[in-house]
Design a protein around this ligand. Structure first.
Ligand SMILES: Nc1ncnc2c1ncn2[C@@H]1O[C@H](COP(=O)(O)OP(=O)(O)OP(=O)(O)O)[C@@H](O)[C@H]1O
Ligand SMILES: [Mg+2]
Length: 319
């Protein structure tokens, strides 16, 4: 359905260029829900924007392919044809993404009519249907409201309705619940999962919250400093069957409810992914398992992990 192949994106600056993403490959199968995890600054949003063709200088795609239904997206018009039609995105902050001076109804009907010959009345009907499908009650009334008259959770539902307006095949949800309180978060997540199931909507769910991803996603890709460290399953993550020391470190940072222990952190800080990291593992400096080889050659991503010293040999005993 959607293949991201060897994607390398640079922050181009004459003095200090660095890689925001380096040779990242991810596959989204029809109807899947794939989690994308990583610390702040690891490149999650840039990956989403690259798929949507929304990057602008100084962010520049150097190489790689975005393949949608077997066809590479190459030109600006390829991306334009896919964006908001075949691939839709919901952003972190609904308040900032909705137009404050337009009613919900006007924003929805405008999006519905984009590039389609459909009467105002039909569009209004579809707008009300969309609000019902994102479980907003009294849709006719809500269509007349402005974003400031609705709660944050309801605005995020409107954002999801906007993303669905074009009947997309793929939904990218970039931290869709971080701006919401926990009870509303749970409702929005349930809604996204329901849409994924009922519409077979292929979903890329981006979050820095590994504990959330391991509960809702069968498959999770873990990014570190612009590089893919591991693709694991929700159950392997929950049961600690991890291959990459970074994924293990990230997981051990999740505090356990009711357990009084000091909060765990990963030692050191995220470095820069530039030419100096050409021939070493990007995580080596912070990795408790790093050996000489990790500082001398970059481990290739083998489809599951990129590590010279994985925690478990695939299909074998713990090392
Ligand atoms: N337009 C831009 N100009 C300069 N730097 C940028 C730009 N966009 C992204 N970056 C840099 O690219 C890196 C990745 O950013 P990105 O927003 O993708 O991170 P993220 O993983 O989504 O983080 P968060 O969890 O905080 O949302 C960061 O170092 C960021 O500073
Ligand atoms: Mg982000």
């Amino acid at each position: 359905m959607l293949e991201i192949k060897n994607l390398t994106v640079e922050l181009s600056s004459p003095e200090n260029p660095f890689y925001i993403l380096r040779r990242v490959s991810i596959n989204l199968k029809k109807g899947c829900i794939l989690g994308l995890a990583g610390e702040s600054g690891s490149g999650k949003s840039v990956l989403a924007k690259t798929v949507m063709g929304l990057n602008s200088p100084p962010v520049k795609t150097l190489s790689g392919e975005i393949i949608l239904n077997g066809k590479p997206l190459e030109t600006e018009s390829d991306f334009k044809a896919a964006r908001g039609k075949k691939i839709s995105m919901i952003f972190q902050n609904p308040q900032a993404s909705l137009n404050p001076v337009m009613t919900i109804g006007a924003q929805l009907t405008e999006t519905i009519r984009l590039g389609r010959k459909i009467s105002g009345a039909k569009a209004a009907e579809k707008a009300a249907e969309l609000l019902s499908s994102v479980e907003i009650d009294r849709p006719a009334e809500r269509l007349k409201a402005y974003p400031h008259q609705l709660s944050g959770g309801m605005n995020q539902r409107v954002m999801i309705a906007l993303a669905l307006a074009s009947d997309p095949e793929i939904l990218i949800a970039d931290e869709p619940t971080t701006a919401l309180d926990v009870t509303i978060q749970a409702q929005i997540i349930k809604l996204i999962m329901k849409l994924n199931r009922e519409r077979r909507l292929t979903t890329l769910f981006i979050s820095h919250d590994l504990s959330l991803l391991m509960r809702i996603c069968p498959e999770i890709a873990v990014l570190y400093c612009g590089e893919l460290m591991e693709i694991t399953s929700g159950s392997d993550l929950r049961e600690d069957r991890l291959l990459h020391p970074y994924t293990k470190a990230l997981k051990s940072c999740i505090p356990e409810i009711g357990v009084k222990t000091a909060l765990t952190t990963i030692k050191g800080s995220i470095g820069r992914n530039d030419a100096s990291a050409d021939s070493r593992c990007i995580f080596a400096e912070r990795c408790p398992r790093a050996e000489k080889i990790c500082f001398e050659s970059k481990p290739a991503f083998n489809g599951r992990y990129a590590c010279h010293r994985p925690l478990i040999k695939t299909g074998e005993e713990k090392i």
